[in-house]
Design a protein around this ligand. Structure first.
Ligand code: UDP
Length: 235
Protein backbone atom coordinates (compact mmCIF):
# COMPACT_ATOMS: atom_id res chain seq x y z
CA UNK A 1 0.00 0.00 0.00
CA UNK A 2 1.34 3.40 -1.00
CA UNK A 3 1.78 5.75 1.95
CA UNK A 4 0.43 8.71 -0.03
CA UNK A 5 -2.52 8.95 -2.39
CA UNK A 6 -1.68 12.28 -4.02
CA UNK A 7 1.74 13.91 -4.05
CA UNK A 8 3.34 17.08 -5.31
CA UNK A 9 6.82 16.20 -6.53
CA UNK A 10 9.24 19.12 -6.73
CA UNK A 11 12.19 18.53 -9.00
CA UNK A 12 15.06 20.96 -9.28
CA UNK A 13 16.12 22.17 -12.67
CA UNK A 14 19.72 21.97 -11.57
CA UNK A 15 19.51 18.19 -10.99
CA UNK A 16 18.25 17.78 -14.54
CA UNK A 17 21.59 18.95 -15.92
CA UNK A 18 23.22 15.77 -14.55
CA UNK A 19 26.98 15.86 -14.96
CA UNK A 20 26.79 18.17 -18.00
CA UNK A 21 26.75 21.39 -15.95
CA UNK A 22 24.04 22.93 -18.14
CA UNK A 23 20.83 22.04 -19.94
CA UNK A 24 19.04 18.72 -19.90
CA UNK A 25 20.90 15.45 -19.40
CA UNK A 26 19.02 12.72 -21.26
CA UNK A 27 20.13 9.97 -18.90
CA UNK A 28 18.95 11.87 -15.82
CA UNK A 29 15.69 12.74 -17.57
CA UNK A 30 15.14 9.06 -18.38
CA UNK A 31 15.87 8.03 -14.78
CA UNK A 32 13.36 10.56 -13.47
CA UNK A 33 10.72 9.34 -15.93
CA UNK A 34 11.31 5.72 -14.86
CA UNK A 35 10.99 6.59 -11.17
CA UNK A 36 7.78 8.54 -11.77
CA UNK A 37 6.33 5.73 -13.90
CA UNK A 38 6.96 3.28 -11.08
CA UNK A 39 4.87 5.20 -8.54
CA UNK A 40 2.22 6.24 -11.03
CA UNK A 41 1.62 2.56 -11.78
CA UNK A 42 1.02 1.99 -8.07
CA UNK A 43 -1.96 4.32 -8.40
CA UNK A 44 -0.32 7.34 -6.75
CA UNK A 45 -1.61 10.63 -8.19
CA UNK A 46 1.45 12.63 -9.23
CA UNK A 47 1.57 16.40 -9.64
CA UNK A 48 4.98 17.83 -10.54
CA UNK A 49 6.59 21.25 -10.34
CA UNK A 50 10.02 21.52 -11.89
CA UNK A 51 12.56 24.32 -11.58
CA UNK A 52 14.52 26.04 -14.30
CA UNK A 53 17.92 26.65 -12.72
CA UNK A 54 19.68 24.42 -15.27
CA UNK A 55 18.75 26.96 -17.94
CA UNK A 56 18.13 30.35 -16.38
CA UNK A 57 17.62 32.04 -13.02
CA UNK A 58 16.22 35.56 -12.73
CA UNK A 59 18.59 36.51 -9.92
CA UNK A 60 21.72 35.69 -11.90
CA UNK A 61 20.25 37.58 -14.86
CA UNK A 62 19.73 40.63 -12.61
CA UNK A 63 23.31 40.29 -11.32
CA UNK A 64 24.56 40.60 -14.88
CA UNK A 65 22.46 43.69 -15.53
CA UNK A 66 19.19 42.27 -16.88
CA UNK A 67 15.88 43.63 -15.69
CA UNK A 68 14.79 41.40 -12.78
CA UNK A 69 11.22 40.93 -13.97
CA UNK A 70 12.33 40.01 -17.47
CA UNK A 71 14.95 37.70 -15.98
CA UNK A 72 12.31 35.99 -13.87
CA UNK A 73 10.09 35.65 -16.92
CA UNK A 74 13.01 33.97 -18.68
CA UNK A 75 13.36 31.67 -15.66
CA UNK A 76 9.67 30.79 -15.83
CA UNK A 77 10.05 29.93 -19.50
CA UNK A 78 12.98 27.70 -18.54
CA UNK A 79 10.61 25.72 -16.30
CA UNK A 80 8.31 25.26 -19.31
CA UNK A 81 11.21 23.85 -21.34
CA UNK A 82 12.02 21.38 -18.55
CA UNK A 83 8.35 20.47 -18.14
CA UNK A 84 8.01 19.73 -21.86
CA UNK A 85 11.14 17.58 -21.76
CA UNK A 86 9.86 15.62 -18.77
CA UNK A 87 6.40 15.14 -20.29
CA UNK A 88 8.02 13.85 -23.45
CA UNK A 89 10.24 11.44 -21.48
CA UNK A 90 7.18 10.21 -19.59
CA UNK A 91 5.26 9.71 -22.82
CA UNK A 92 8.10 7.65 -24.24
CA UNK A 93 7.84 5.23 -21.29
CA UNK A 94 4.07 5.00 -21.68
CA UNK A 95 2.95 7.44 -18.98
CA UNK A 96 0.26 9.93 -19.89
CA UNK A 97 1.35 13.39 -18.80
CA UNK A 98 0.08 16.90 -19.40
CA UNK A 99 1.82 20.22 -19.03
CA UNK A 100 -0.05 23.12 -17.51
CA UNK A 101 1.30 26.66 -17.51
CA UNK A 102 0.66 29.43 -14.99
CA UNK A 103 1.04 31.91 -17.85
CA UNK A 104 -1.25 31.48 -20.84
CA UNK A 105 0.63 29.96 -23.81
CA UNK A 106 -1.57 27.46 -25.58
CA UNK A 107 -0.91 25.15 -27.36
CA UNK A 108 2.41 24.64 -25.54
CA UNK A 109 0.52 23.89 -22.36
CA UNK A 110 -2.94 24.17 -20.95
CA UNK A 111 -3.61 27.26 -18.81
CA UNK A 112 -3.45 26.03 -15.20
CA UNK A 113 -6.53 25.66 -13.10
CA UNK A 114 -6.89 23.65 -9.95
CA UNK A 115 -9.96 21.69 -10.94
CA UNK A 116 -8.69 20.61 -14.34
CA UNK A 117 -5.46 19.52 -12.65
CA UNK A 118 -7.31 17.44 -10.05
CA UNK A 119 -9.56 15.87 -12.70
CA UNK A 120 -6.51 14.81 -14.71
CA UNK A 121 -4.81 13.43 -11.58
CA UNK A 122 -7.94 11.43 -10.75
CA UNK A 123 -7.84 9.97 -14.26
CA UNK A 124 -4.30 8.78 -13.56
CA UNK A 125 -2.47 11.37 -15.64
CA UNK A 126 0.73 12.94 -14.37
CA UNK A 127 0.24 16.71 -14.24
CA UNK A 128 3.28 18.94 -14.66
CA UNK A 129 2.57 22.47 -13.52
CA UNK A 130 5.05 24.87 -15.08
CA UNK A 131 6.01 28.57 -14.72
CA UNK A 132 6.16 28.28 -10.92
CA UNK A 133 3.64 30.73 -9.49
CA UNK A 134 3.51 32.70 -12.75
CA UNK A 135 4.84 35.76 -10.91
CA UNK A 136 8.32 37.30 -10.75
CA UNK A 137 10.22 37.44 -7.44
CA UNK A 138 9.03 33.95 -6.56
CA UNK A 139 10.73 30.58 -6.93
CA UNK A 140 9.58 27.17 -8.01
CA UNK A 141 9.82 26.14 -4.33
CA UNK A 142 7.04 28.61 -3.62
CA UNK A 143 5.32 27.44 -6.82
CA UNK A 144 5.40 23.86 -5.57
CA UNK A 145 4.06 24.82 -2.12
CA UNK A 146 1.25 26.72 -3.79
CA UNK A 147 0.36 23.94 -6.23
CA UNK A 148 0.72 21.25 -3.57
CA UNK A 149 -1.74 23.08 -1.35
CA UNK A 150 -4.11 23.80 -4.23
CA UNK A 151 -4.27 20.23 -5.52
CA UNK A 152 -4.74 19.03 -1.92
CA UNK A 153 -1.65 16.83 -2.00
CA UNK A 154 -0.93 14.65 1.04
CA UNK A 155 2.72 15.65 0.95
CA UNK A 156 5.30 17.59 -1.00
CA UNK A 157 8.19 15.39 -2.02
CA UNK A 158 11.19 17.59 -2.62
CA UNK A 159 13.63 15.66 -4.76
CA UNK A 160 17.14 17.03 -4.42
CA UNK A 161 20.69 15.80 -4.91
CA UNK A 162 21.39 15.49 -1.17
CA UNK A 163 19.98 12.88 1.20
CA UNK A 164 17.83 15.24 3.24
CA UNK A 165 18.11 18.23 5.54
CA UNK A 166 21.44 18.65 7.30
CA UNK A 167 22.68 20.88 10.13
CA UNK A 168 24.94 22.54 7.52
CA UNK A 169 25.65 22.10 3.81
CA UNK A 170 27.06 18.52 3.64
CA UNK A 171 28.85 19.37 0.39
CA UNK A 172 30.86 22.02 2.27
CA UNK A 173 30.92 20.82 5.89
CA UNK A 174 31.89 17.15 6.48
CA UNK A 175 30.72 17.31 10.13
CA UNK A 176 27.13 18.14 9.09
CA UNK A 177 24.52 15.65 10.32
CA UNK A 178 21.14 14.80 8.82
CA UNK A 179 17.78 15.24 10.51
CA UNK A 180 15.28 12.34 10.22
CA UNK A 181 12.56 14.85 10.94
CA UNK A 182 12.38 18.53 11.78
CA UNK A 183 9.61 21.07 12.32
CA UNK A 184 8.94 23.98 9.97
CA UNK A 185 9.74 26.36 12.84
CA UNK A 186 13.15 24.80 13.43
CA UNK A 187 13.95 24.97 9.71
CA UNK A 188 13.11 28.68 9.78
CA UNK A 189 14.82 29.41 13.12
CA UNK A 190 18.05 27.67 12.06
CA UNK A 191 17.90 29.32 8.64
CA UNK A 192 18.22 25.92 6.93
CA UNK A 193 17.91 26.20 3.20
CA UNK A 194 15.46 23.37 2.64
CA UNK A 195 13.36 25.71 0.56
CA UNK A 196 13.08 29.46 0.64
CA UNK A 197 11.33 30.86 3.72
CA UNK A 198 8.20 31.92 1.79
CA UNK A 199 7.69 28.34 0.60
CA UNK A 200 8.33 26.84 4.05
CA UNK A 201 5.92 29.28 5.69
CA UNK A 202 3.20 28.52 3.14
CA UNK A 203 3.54 24.80 3.83
CA UNK A 204 3.42 25.43 7.57
CA UNK A 205 0.32 27.62 7.44
CA UNK A 206 -1.51 25.17 5.19
CA UNK A 207 -0.30 21.96 6.89
CA UNK A 208 1.52 20.52 3.88
CA UNK A 209 4.35 18.30 5.15
CA UNK A 210 7.54 18.03 3.11
CA UNK A 211 9.72 14.99 2.57
CA UNK A 212 13.19 15.99 1.36
CA UNK A 213 15.06 13.14 -0.29
CA UNK A 214 17.73 12.34 -2.86
CA UNK A 215 15.92 11.93 -6.18
CA UNK A 216 19.15 11.23 -8.03
CA UNK A 217 19.37 7.73 -6.53
CA UNK A 218 17.13 5.56 -8.73
CA UNK A 219 14.46 3.77 -6.67
CA UNK A 220 14.34 6.42 -3.91
CA UNK A 221 11.01 7.87 -5.00
CA UNK A 222 9.43 4.42 -4.69
CA UNK A 223 11.03 3.98 -1.25
CA UNK A 224 9.47 7.23 -0.05
CA UNK A 225 6.08 6.13 -1.37
CA UNK A 226 6.50 2.76 0.37
CA UNK A 227 6.95 4.65 3.63
CA UNK A 228 10.64 3.91 4.11
CA UNK A 229 12.54 6.48 6.17
CA UNK A 230 14.37 8.04 3.24
CA UNK A 231 15.55 11.63 3.73
CA UNK A 232 14.06 14.17 6.13
CA UNK A 233 10.44 14.78 7.04
CA UNK A 234 9.52 18.44 7.65
CA UNK A 235 6.29 18.92 9.55
N1 UDP B 1 10.59 31.96 -11.35
C1 UDP B 1 9.75 33.06 -11.13
N2 UDP B 1 8.56 32.84 -10.48
C2 UDP B 1 8.17 31.63 -10.03
C3 UDP B 1 9.04 30.53 -10.27
C4 UDP B 1 10.24 30.74 -10.91
O1 UDP B 1 10.05 34.18 -11.50
O2 UDP B 1 7.08 31.51 -9.46
C5 UDP B 1 11.85 32.16 -12.10
C6 UDP B 1 12.99 32.72 -11.25
O3 UDP B 1 13.74 33.61 -12.05
C7 UDP B 1 13.81 31.48 -10.95
C8 UDP B 1 13.66 30.69 -12.24
O4 UDP B 1 12.31 30.93 -12.63
O5 UDP B 1 15.17 31.78 -10.71
C9 UDP B 1 13.90 29.21 -12.14
O6 UDP B 1 13.27 28.66 -11.01
P1 UDP B 1 14.11 28.12 -9.74
O7 UDP B 1 15.28 28.99 -9.47
O8 UDP B 1 13.15 27.95 -8.61
O9 UDP B 1 14.58 26.72 -10.27
P2 UDP B 1 15.41 25.57 -9.55
O10 UDP B 1 16.35 26.22 -8.57
O11 UDP B 1 14.44 24.68 -8.81
O12 UDP B 1 16.09 24.85 -10.66
Amino acid sequence: MAKFKRILLKLSGESLQGSQGYGIDRTRLGEYAAQIKEISELGVQVGIVIGGGNIFRGLSGAASGLDRVKGDQMGMLATVINSLALSSALKSVGVKARVMTAVRMEPIGEFYNKWAAIEALERGEVVIMSCGTGQPYFTTDTGSSLRGIEIEADVMLKGTRVDGVYTADPEKDPTATRFDKITYDEVLARGLRVMDATATLMCKENHLPIQVFNMDKPGNLRRVIDGEAVGTFVY
